[in-house]
Every structure is written in C-alpha cells, then in structure tokens.
Design a protein around this ligand. Sequence first.
Ligand SMILES: [Fe+2]
Ligand SMILES: [Fe+2]
Length: 209
Amino acid sequence: MDNQNKSLIDSFLDEIQCALSTIYDNSVPEAVNKDNSKLNKEQTEVSTRIMRINHMGEVCAQALYRGQAAFTRKEKMKDQLYKICDEENEHLKLCNLRLSELNGEKSVLNPLWYAASFALGAIAGLNENRWKLGFIEETERQVKDHLEESITSLPAQDNRSRLFLEEIARDEEKHRDTVKNIGSEEVPKLVKKSMNGLSKIMKNITYHI
Ligand SMILES: [Fe+2]
Ligand SMILES: [Fe+2]
C-alpha cells in the first residue's frame, strides 16, 4: 500500500470513527453543577423535544464542519474548522447531559442527518474559492436564530436548559465572528433558502423522533 492510499484510508477511518462517536457517544461536560430543576411531565416532554432538536443541530454542526474540513485544500482553513469542531463538541456534550437528565432520547435519524450535513459541508469545501467560509457564517447565523427560538419556547421553569442554550448561543456568535474575520463571502440566496428549508424539515421531524 503506498503512502497516499494509506493516508486516504486513514482519513476515511477517522471520519467514520468521528461520525460514530458524534452520533452514539454519550459523553458529558466534566464540571457542571447538579440539576435542581423540577419539571412536571408535560414540561419535561416539551424540554426533551427542544433539547433533542438542539442535540441534532450539534450533530449536524460536527458533520458540516468535518465535511468542509475534509474537502478544503487550504491548510489554515482546515485547522480553523477542526478548532470550531472541538467547541461544537462541547455543545454536543451539554445537549447529551441535558437529554439524559430529562430521560430523553436522541433523534433516531441522527445517522441520516449526519450524512446529509457531511455531504453539504463537502460541497461547501469544494466551492471554497467562491464562498470561502460564507457557508459556515450562514449556518451559524441560522443556528443563532434557532437557539433564540428554542430559548423562548422552553417551559419557564426549565432554567437549566435555558442556561445551557444561552451558553451555546454565545459560542455560536463567536464562531460567526471568527469566520467573518478569516474572510467569508455571502452564499447565494438560493443556498440560504435551501439551508433554511432543509433545517425546518429536519427540526419538524426531530421534534417527534
Ligand atoms: Fe454548536
Ligand atoms: Fe458554532
């Protein structure tokens, strides 16, 4: 086996491993205080559905960024994307923790969402000369809007989920600033609309399963 083939296979196996741990790993943040929230059955149900959607969003974030990182030829951009992935992974852990506290299930369709998002990221990576990091900037913008919607939809009593989502939203804002500073071009309106439409479908399905 020559080196080039070996490294391609290694990269492929790394991606598979990362996909599996993103989808199935239940790791949680190391230092988080105890859950003191007291929610009734109905409130728990609403919070669970909202946190399942946000968990799915973090699964997709990993896939999008890893997809773009895998296909970009620019080493600096690749490094930045993997750095953002590390931070997105902390969000995933917060969502894992909250979902387990609520005794909620993750979306059964996460493998499908991961694959679709990885493919979108790959397309963005292949279009990097035109869009640069515009795809990510738009993703972070839509995620921030979605988080604000989630925060207001949570039951008033669920301060813990609210706190977690507010922390995540602050990071997403920083991610957007980071990619703006590196240099991002606005993606075409049609791409923005498609991203928005796709995420609406995903959110509606994930609300239920
Ligand atoms: Fe995130
Ligand atoms: Fe982000």
